[in-house]
Design a protein around this ligand. Structure first.
Ligand code: SF4
Ligand SMILES: [Zn+2]
Ligand SMILES: [Zn+2]
Length: 310
């Protein structure tokens, strides 16, 4: 198998694009896909300061590496979720990456705040991943506002987004469908813009990028992910992709193209979405965060669990 670009020996084939690349050309391809996503969805400009959420896994570290390679000003944020053993090992990967590249990384520890995710889930009697999602959304936005960042970038890839889309469609979750997009615009001075620059790259491509560029990432999965429905959706989509290369990409990008039709659902729920639109957001009276409800989801969770952050 030869590289389609330079003719050298290919190290990876990409069936969805009927192509194959050597290491160097694959890296160029990945950078091009990310540049295309940034431009196509108007994620950010050269002037924007970006906060990259890094878990220590392949996607988020690859994202940080790619944005640095493309010359963006971006710093890292790692949330130590307080999951026994796994969180320490994940944190170490994020810290080591930052040290190697001489990059700024902020670490926020849930354990130190007295709200480790497993304990919060137990006390509030809610599923770990739902608690984890609430905690992440809260601290990603809070840290971005505190640090003066315009944009929060996460490492969600095409497989993540296609699986999320499949789940939202299977259950016809209109509110989630209306909010699923590679860019969520800022809302006044309460919520910063959220972007997913890896949305054009599959999980396999993102892993290959991490391996070929020598990124040392955590290989083990989060112990809480066992039995997660998203894994089943990914599996179903992989079966489809095997016999129909490109199916994931056309499923996801087709949905994004048709998003304007769904904007009515969003408007019905929260008022028009748009740059600096305040919608029906207000501030949580407990923590001051943007929220549709008072208290916000994060404060309701910590109040219910009896574990308030220190
Ligand atoms: S699997 Fe669940 S608990 Fe673990 S990091 Fe993901 S969302 Fe959080
Ligand atoms: Zn090549
Ligand atoms: Zn709050």
């Amino acid at each position: 198998m030869k590289c389609r670009r330079c003719g050298k020996r290919a190290v990876i084939d990409i069936k969805a694009h009927h192509t194959a690349f050597c290491r160097d050309c694959f890296i160029l391809y990945v950078h091009r896909q990310v540049r295309r996503a940034i431009a196509e969805y108007r994620m950010f400009s050269r002037e924007d300061k970006i906060l990259v959420c890094v878990s220590g896994g392949k996607d988020s570290l690859a994202l940080w590496d790619i944005l640095l390679s493309l010359g963006y000003e971006c710093h890292g944020l790692h949330l130590d979720l307080g999951i026994d053993g796994y969180s320490e090992r994940s944190r170490m990967k994020a810290v080591e990456f930052a040290q190697k590249r001489g990059c700024t990384l902020r670490v926020i520890s849930m354990e130190e705040m007295g709200i480790p995710v497993p304990k919060l889930a137990k006390k509030s009697r809610r599923p770990e991943c739902s608690v984890c999602g609430t905690v992440k959304r809260h601290f990603f936005n809070k840290a971005a506002l505190e640090g003066g960042y315009k944009v929060v970038a996460t490492g969600h890839n095409l497989d993540d987004e296609a699986a999320r889309l499949l789940g939202n469609i299977l259950h016809w979750q209109w509110e989630y469908l209306a909010k699923q997009r590679p860019v969520l615009p800022p809302v006044s001075d309460l919520l910063v813009r959220k972007v997913e620059p890896l949305c054009r790259l599959s999980e396999r491509e993102s892993a290959a990028y991490a391996i070929l560029t020598g990124i040392d990432y955590i290989l083990e999965e989060c112990p809480m992910s066992k039995g997660a429905t998203s894994i089943r959706y990914k599996h179903a989509l992989n079966i489809l992709e095997d016999s129909m290369p490109g199916a994931k990409m056309s499923f996801y990008t087709g949905f994004i193209k048709n998003l304007p039709r769904l904007s009515r659902a969003w408007e019905d729920l929260h008022g028009a979405i748009g740059e600096d639109s305040g919608g029906s957001f207000s501030r949580c009276s407990e923590c001051g965060s943007a929220s549709f409800t008072d208290p916000c989801n994060f404060c309701r969770l910590t109040i219910e669990s009896g574990l308030r952050p220190r």
